[in-house]
Design a protein around this ligand. Structure first.
Ligand SMILES: O=C1O[C@H](COP(=O)(O)O)[C@@H](O)[C@H](O)[C@H]1O
Length: 259
């Protein structure tokens, strides 16, 4: 079993339903804490299976008790397609989560679609910059926007957001938001937060509930060296990175870890 990393917690639950049940109080707790401390809660969503696993938050008691009016929503990555396209991470989140809770629409920040991924990435970075100027988003000591919570998933190849193992975007240390036109996973055109932004977040939940990701989970949590390292193994949080795994996702971990 890998040595326990500072700032990292691994929670293994029997089923995806249990992960959904565990994720809701975790998110609700951070919401309450951040709103009490500073009056807002900035949340970054990804696409994929995560959205379905957030379903408990849209039900009682969370639907009524969370102060949704203080939430601000962003996307860690987005496919460069119109927002009503079935591939859109915004549409996925809208249908599965956002349409079911009363977050003010003015607090939801999807991409502004146009066919050029470069333009979309620059525009999204500009949207973030405006929010930094309005003090909705603080800057980290290294000059990157700092979110309260990122809710991330991973792919079987270890990608996180749209940062893929054999693509240069994962090494971008300068931009806040970058773009890719040849994503190995369709659709090919996407924008994505860079690692300096992801790793500036205070809290990150890595939510993994599929057998297909078990190898990537084991490589990351057991510190198994691979070249190049999997992007998901480079995620770090300023306060706490919490892995929420079901038994399938944890199935390749060494027995001590895979309880
Ligand atoms: O393409 C993407 O994939 C990842 C992982 O998705 P999952 O279906 O394996 O959970 C997702 O986190 C990312 O936002 C999305 O654009």
């Amino acid at each position: 079993m890998a040595p326990k990393m500072r700032n990292q917690n691994v929670i293994i639950l029997p089923t995806e339903e249990d992960v959904a049940m565990g994720l809701a109080p975790y998110v609700a707790g951070l919401s309450e804490k951040n709103i009490l401390e500073k009056g807002s809660f900035t949340v970054v969503l990804s696409g994929g299976t995560l959205i379905q696993t957030l379903r408990k938050l849209t039900q009682s008691p969370y639907k009524e008790t969370v102060n949704w009016s203080r939430w601000f929503i962003f996307w860690v990555d987005e496919r460069v397609v119109p927002l009503d396209n079935p591939d859109s991470n915004y549409l996925l989140a809208w249908n599965g989560f956002l349409s079911k809770v009363p977050i003010p629409s003015s607090n939801i920040y999807p991409i502004h679609y146009c066919p050029s991924s470069e333009v979309v990435a620059k525009d999204y970075q500009f949207q973030l910059l405006k929010l930094v100027e309005r003090k909705v988003l603080p800057l980290s000591p290294t000059g990157f926007p700092q979110f309260d919570l990122m809710l991330l998933g991973i792919g079987p190849d270890g990608h996180v957001a749209s940062l893929f193992p054999n693509r240069p975007q994962r090494y971008d240390k300068t931009d806040w938001v970058t773009y890719i036109n040849d994503s190995p996973k369709p659709p090919p055109k996407r924008i994505t937060f860079t690692f300096p932004v992801i790793n500036s977040a205070n809290n990150i939940a890595m939510v993994v509930t599929d057998k297909e990701e078990a190898d990537a989970v084991a490589i990351t949590l057991e510190n198994i060296p691979v070249r190049p390292p999997l992007p998901c193994s480079e995620v770090k949080a300023q306060v706490l990175l919490t892995w929420f795994l079901d038994k399938d996702a944890a199935s390749k971990l060494a027995p001590k870890c895979n309880k």
